[in-house]
Design a protein around this ligand. Structure first.
Ligand code: GLV
Length: 326
């Protein structure tokens, strides 16, 4: 461009807290439709761009990097997770990749916490019951859910969000905390008395299993029929990380057959689920539309970091939150 400003494509409107600066400092094209750009449109829009600000709904792979061209310097993901991006491919090409951690930790842990309690105490099922006109009187034997105090929480993936969830359950309900993680987390052990265990032990012992792991080839489908069968019949499964961590048809069967008591999901596979996905018919499955980070400060914070990452990457500087730094 004659004025020297870089060209960027922003794949959806994000909060002004970040977008305004991107617009000021770049020739920015912003996709302002409510749905993501279709693949062929995305490939065409990124052509000649120096930077792309992408969402978790955009697949950023070699094809997209080829379509953009060799001047592409930075991909800034408006998310903490980056399973939508082929990181080795970006690294090979010297393209910097940024993400938006920390600012959504509390909001996402709050979501996990609210799904856990909603599923355990049958809150949404109760609301459906009222709306269907079935509530006739106070029922001594009706709507019985699971206790929360002094139970066992199993965290799978003890990163920032897993830790924040464990703090809530330990501090609020004095839960015993087990965790399964690639590496030992001394802070969790010291602060919360958490114990690192193998997955099978966690599944067998936990009253609540909350998943906070990255989605990768090792973790994909880790919550399958065999895993659900290892859990307590009274257990509640919570997934606020990525849908493909669970096998959705196996989860349906486990909930339907009473292998586990209930589930609370902020993520599904696919997203959104098909309208005729049988999971949507189950009273013991609470589902939210992937809104873990949907609070004012989280989304503004994500927009600020995503803008910083984009602008820094365009200048060839270290990103604020840099996924492929090495
Ligand atoms: C949301 O799922 C994120 O990764 O930020």
């Amino acid at each position: 461009m004659a004025d020297g400003k870089p060209r960027v494509f922003v794949t959806r409107e994000i909060p002004a807290a970040g977008l305004d600066r991107v617009r000021q400092e770049c020739h920015a094209e912003v996709w302002s439709e409510p749905l993501p750009p279709p693949r062929e449109v995305l490939l065409q829009k990124v052509r000649g761009c120096d930077g792309v600000l992408a969402l978790l709904t955009d697949k950023v792979d070699a094809e997209l990097m080829d379509a953009a061209g060799p001047q592409l310097k930075v991909i800034s993901n408006f998310a903490v997770g980056y399973n939508n991006i082929d990181i080795p491919e970006a690294t090979k090409r010297g393209i910097r990749v940024g993400n938006t951690p920390d600012v959504l930790t509390d909001a996402t842990a709050d979501m996990a916490f609210s799904l856990l309690i909603s599923a355990a105490r049958r809150v949404v099922e109760g609301q459906d019951y009222i709306r269907a006109g079935k509530w006739k009187t106070w029922e001594p034997l009706g709507h019985i859910g699971q206790d929360l105090c002094e139970r066992t929480l199993g965290i799978v993936g003890m990163g920032r969000i897993g830790m924040a969830m464990a703090r809530r359950c330990r501090g609020g309900w004095n839960m015993r905390v087990l965790y399964h993680n690639r590496s030992r987390k001394e802070q969790a052990e010291q602060e919360l008395g958490a114990r690192r265990v193998e997955l099978d032990e966690l599944l067998a012992e936990s009253d609540f299993v909350s998943v906070h792991a990255d989605l990768n080839d090792t973790t994909r489908g880790m919550f399958n029929a065999a895993a659900f069968r290892k859990m307590k019949k009274t257990a509640v499964f919570v997934n606020t990380a990525r849908g493909p961590l669970h096998v959705q048809s196996d989860l349906y069967t486990a909930l339907k057959n009473g292998d586990i008591f209930a589930a609370g999901l902020d993520v599904t596979d696919p997203e959104p689920p098909a309208q005729d996905d049988p999971l949507l018919t189950l009273p013991n499955c609470v589902i939210a539309p992937h809104i873990g980070s949907a609070t004012v400060s989280s989304r503004n914070g994500m927009a600020e970091i995503a803008a910083d990452n984009l602008l820094l990457g365009l200048q060839g500087k270290p990103l604020r939150c840099w996924v492929n730094r090495q």
